[in-house]
Ligand binder design. Structure first.
Ligand code: HEC
Length: 158
């Protein structure tokens, strides 16, 4: 059979001459790029979410009581590394405590005390566990709670 060169559809068929049983070679590059893009999107999403959580706190500082002042010193010396300066967040190691989640109605003092004495596994956030603070006396804890509550009240955290 002769082939009319004007009507030779063989050159449009990329599979012509290829053994049908031969494994089809697909480049993995496309999939690797898609996977990379997915990883970048997920990582960026997680970082953005953390940043957003930290920025939620916009506290107002009242004239603190003596107890509140002592609590503030403890917070800035022992908690700021994870909870940010004045426990306002903006840390990649822990949540802000000046946050509606820790208002008295849903986070009562007895729970606050227990967390400081016993620590707490990571639950509400993605920062990891809250380590116990056995160095704090009952009075220290009272002062820390006073500081947090006084700022909550002045901020109208509810
Ligand atoms: C090494 C880091 C680190 C230090 C230091 C630290 N915390 Fe935390 N804290 C965390 C993390 C992380 C969480 C969040 C745990 C979670 O996912 O619920 C947390 C949670 C808390 C909570 C909320 C717990 C709950 O049940 O939701 C309180 C209250 C708290 N911290 C108080 C303090 C105080 C007060 C200090 C200082 C005396 C302190 N933390 C020091 C990391 C820390």
């Amino acid at each position: 059979m002769t082939i009319d060169p004007k009507n030779d559809n063989r050159k449009y068929n990329p599979n012509i001459g290829v053994n049908d049983d031969a494994p089809v070679q697909k480049s993995p590059v496309k999939w690797m790029l898609m996977l990379l893009a997915l990883i970048i999107v997920l990582t960026a999403g997680t970082l953005w979410k953390r940043e957003k959580i930290s920025l939620k706190a916009t506290p107002h500082f009242p004239e603190l009581t003596t107890s509140g002042k002592l609590g503030r010193i403890i917070v800035n010396e022992q908690c700021a590394e994870c909870h940010g300066e004045d426990a306002t967040g903006n840390s990649r190691n822990g949540p802000p405590l000046m946050h509606p989640m820790y208002r008295e109605e849903i986070f009562p003092d007895f729970h606050f005390r227990r967390v400081l004495k016993e620590g707490r596994p990571s639950r509400a956030w993605q920062f990891g566990p809250m380590p116990a603070q056995p160095q704090l006396s009952d009075e220290d804890i009272t002062n820390v709670i006073a500081f947090i509550r006084e700022v909550h009240d002045a901020t109208g955290v509810e």
